[in-house]
Design a protein around this ligand. Structure first.
Ligand code: 1HE
Length: 259
């Protein structure tokens, strides 16, 4: 199946899915069609995909919602529009494989919402983050109010939206918007290297990290402990887990190296 469109490029590099926003003349602004394409890609990833990388062509990762499509919508239409983003980004977050975002330039508005749905964010030094919705008279609608406070806290997101505060790459990494900060121009390479490493994990471990961990983290502790015990028992019962543990005990597996 051809998952590319003029605005998004999809390719498999061995078992890594590479997804690139290709609308640089509009700073990769997310049109309705582009959001639908993201959903389509994560609903139809090839079975052999082990991880994915998403990045953007040109000077910026993503300028957010395509403001030229911001129509006069009544409340019901507005809700359905927002829900279409939720579905697309849920397919990404709770999809078949972990996704690493390679960030550079503007990561703003819906672009930050897209990045927040990814499992790992690698930012280069040109990256900057903002939520200009506040100054455009609108509100986040792509899951940002759920995901961004979980990365940086309600107070920082409130500040970004009330005051238009822009975080640079260094401060973005410090507060938790990205887990990695790399030299300008190297975010994709680092993200790809991480994706290759992720793809060597046992599939059930990756599944647990994507689907169980965020839900456990939202559960009351007593329920979380039980869910953890269930997930842990399922993962360790898999033949692959047994092989990996045996390989370590027999000296055939890598030791943890000092960072
Ligand atoms: C756009 C968009 C866009 C650029 N929708 N067309 N997002 C924003 O409020 C951010 C708006 N964008 C910007 O602040 C700047 O464009 C950037 C800082 C990202 C980049 O600046 P720069 O100088 O490199 O580019 P530019 O000259 O501003 O833009 C180049 C073209 O892209 C220009 O079009 P042109 O026809 O005049 O060449 C811009 O109009 C166009 N462009 N960004 C449409 N966002 C689910 S709810 C989510 C809610 C939101 O995301 S709200 C936040 C929207």
């Amino acid at each position: 199946m051809n998952l590319s469109t003029p605005d998004i490029h999809f390719e498999m590099r061995d078992n890594i899915a590479v997804i690139r926003l290709t609308r640089p003349s509009k700073r990769n602004a997310l049109s309705d069609g582009l959001v639908a394409s993201i959903r389509n890609i994560f609903e139809n990833l090839p079975e052999h995909a082990g991880a994915a990388v998403i990045d953007g062509d040109g000077e910026h990762f993503c300028a957010g919602l395509d403001l030229s499509e911001l129509k006069e919508r009544d409340a019901g239409q507005g809700m359905h529009h927002s829900r279409s983003w939720h579905v697309a980004l849920e397919r990404l977050q709770y999809g078949p494989v972990p996704v690493v975002a390679a960030l550079h330039g503007a990561v703003v508005g819906g672009g930050l919402e897209l990045a927040s749905a990814c499992h790992i964010r690698v930012a280069d030094e040109s990256t900057f983050y903002a939520l200009p919705e506040g100054s455009r008279g609108i509100f986040v609608g792509g899951g940002g109010s759920v995901r961004i406070p979980r990365l940086i806290g309600v107070a920082r997101m409130t500040d970004m939206m009330l005051t238009g505060r822009v975080y640079n790459a260094v401060d973005g990494e410090r507060i938790g918007l990205a887990q990695y900060l790399v030299p300008t121009g190297s975010a994709f390479d680092k993200a790809f290297e991480l994706a290759q490493r992720i793809a060597t994990n046992a599939p059930l471990t990756n599944y647990a990290l994507m689907h169980a961990l965020p839900r456990i983290a939202e559960q009351p502790a007593d329920q979380g402990f039980l869910t953890e015990a269930l997930m842990c028992s399922i993962a360790q019962a898999a033949p692959e887990a047994k092989q990996r543990v045996r390989a370590f005990l027999e000296g055939r597996a890598d030791k943890v190296q000092k960072g």
